[in-house]
Design a protein around this ligand. Structure first.
Ligand SMILES: O=C(O)C1=C[C@@H](OP(=O)(O)O)[C@@H](O)[C@H](O)C1
Ligand SMILES: C=C(OP(=O)(O)O)C(=O)O
Length: 441
């Protein structure tokens, strides 16, 4: 069901102020759904994210025979766990463009056995999965590419798994290691399993989310830094009973940046200082740019202190929220550089190229490197029609260019194809309008 028209026009808004209740975290929602499906017992999930990415995970689990139930119209679900094996051994699964669905499910289905096909939208078929397939096939899985080698779609058949010497490369996506960690207890029945990371690992905080949630479902992982992860034999996933999904820290970045750019205060609720999501560290970048940020147990608030200070920093640990910094850079007192963001090239779109192209429409000078972006703000933001490349974060980030900063007036911004926000935040523009009240026409 389409929610938005073909474009949304945002008029300049003088101030951002208000309180936003965040939708649930995508990373936590999809991990919990899979762990609950694999666990012993019934899991009661509170505040699951409602979005395209969670819909594909829910639909896939249903096709695999997991009879989850939504409680009325709420975002609370019950998931009866299948105790380490899916009831259906044959399924054709549509994965949309959800990395957090296809990567862990590929690993689970490959080690559990059966006959499965996994495919997604056109862009999903351009997003790499080769490092994960190599790791799994090396221990006896039977995964074939039915399109281009290294990319979905995939055909998975039953293999003979001998889980010794499991290793994976981590420099393209941390989701490959997450996928192997999540299925490791399923293959560590008799003997412990060690996963060795080959070379550099990117997006490290997402591994902490994985380990934290595995622990909530009763599985402990011993680790040697970021190099090796060992799952002792005989551990099973057990339902924690009730589990609550935190608000999404990446989604929080748009509202916190709004407060930092255009006065504030803007408060987000649902995530706070004890969050398990690495993207809460986005606030450190805002603070470095001169904003005042206050953190509570379950809320974060940002406000401006005048023109933002330009930033030059490594954003490898927060690749998603870093896109928001590229827009905040339009309001800074000089050029900002975002470093070590090479993974942007293999996400919903080539985000380095898309970001550079669209920032230039607003009048910025942008230098695009293999793994960095340098943004020099223009004297005056230009009126622009922003293309979104079917990337939710492009649509959400660029809404911020409609805000008045201290030295920079907000632009008239047209967001083309805003529907793409459904990937993680289906009513983003309604919520944005409550903060930038005069901004939506
Ligand atoms: O594990 C996760 O939940 C995610 C990991 C990150 O991906 P990479 O590890 O590919 O950078 C992030 O960009 C993505 O939105 C969610
Ligand atoms: C990279 C993202 O998604 P995915 O989980 O599909 O990798 C994202 O949400 O920014």
């Amino acid at each position: 069901m389409r929610h938005y028209p073909s474009h949304i026009d945002l008029a300049p808004a003088q101030q951002a102020q208000g309180v936003v209740r965040l939708p649930g975290s995508k990373s936590i929602s999809n991990r919990i759904l899979l762990l609950a499906a694999l666990a012993d017992g019934i899991t009661h999930i509170k505040d699951l994210l409602a979005s395209d990415d969670t819909d594909v995970m829910l639909a896939a689990l249903q096709s695999l025979g997991i009879q989850w139930q939504q409680i009325g119209d709420s975002q609370d679900y019950t998931v009866p766990g299948a105790a380490g094996a899916f009831p259906n051994q044959h399924a054709d699964l549509f994965m949309g463009n959800a990395g957090t669905a296809i990567r862990p499910l590929t690993a689970a289905l490959a080690v559990l056995g059966g006959d499965y096909t996994l495919h997604g939208v056109a862009r999903m078929h351009e997003r790499p999965i080769g490092d994960l397939v190599d790791a799994l096939n090396a221990i006896g899985a039977q995964i074939e590419y039915t399109g281009a080698a290294g990319f979905p779609p995939l055909h998975i058949r039953s293999g003979q798994i001998t889980p010794q010497g499991l290793q994976v490369r981590g420099n393209v996506s941390s989701q490959f290691l997450t996928a192997l960690l999540m299925v490791a207890p399923l293959i560590a029945r008799q003997q412990s399993v060690t996963i060795t990371v080959v070379g550099e690992l990117i997006s490290k905080p997402y591994i902490e989310i994985t380990l934290n949630l595995m622990r909530r479902f009763g599985v402990e992982v011993e680790r040697d830094g970021w190099q090796a992860f060992t799952i002792a034999a005989g551990q099973r996933y057990c339902s924690p009973g009730i589990i609550h999904v935190e608000g999404d820290a990446s989604s929080a970045s748009y509202f916190l940046a709004a407060g930092a750019i255009a006065g504030g205060p803007v408060r987000v609720e649902g995530v706070g200082r004890d969050s398990i999501q690495g993207d809460v560290r986005f606030v450190e970048a805002l603070q470095q740019m001169g904003a005042t940020v206050t953190l509570g147990d379950n809320w974060i608030e940002a406000r401006s202190n005048g023109i933002l200070t330009a930033i030059d920093a490594d954003f490898n640990h927060i690749p998603d929220a870093a896109m928001t910094i590229a827009i905040a850079a339009l309001y800074a007192d000089g050029p900002s550089t975002l470093r070590n963001i090479g993974s942007w090239r293999v996400k919903e779109t080539d985000r380095i190229h898309a970001m550079a192209t669209e920032l230039r429409k607003l009048g910025a000078s942008v230098e695009e490197g293999a793994d960095f972006l340098r943004v020099t703000p223009p004297a005056v933001l230009h009126t622009a029609a922003i293309d979104t490349y079917d990337d939710h974060r492009m649509a959400m980030c660029f809404s911020l260019a409609s805000l008045d900063g201290f030295a920079q007036k907000g632009a008239h911004v047209r967001i083309n194809d805003p529907e793409c926000v459904a990937k993680t935040f289906p009513d983003y523009f309604e919520v944005f309008a409550t903060v930038a009240r005069s901004g939506v026409i």
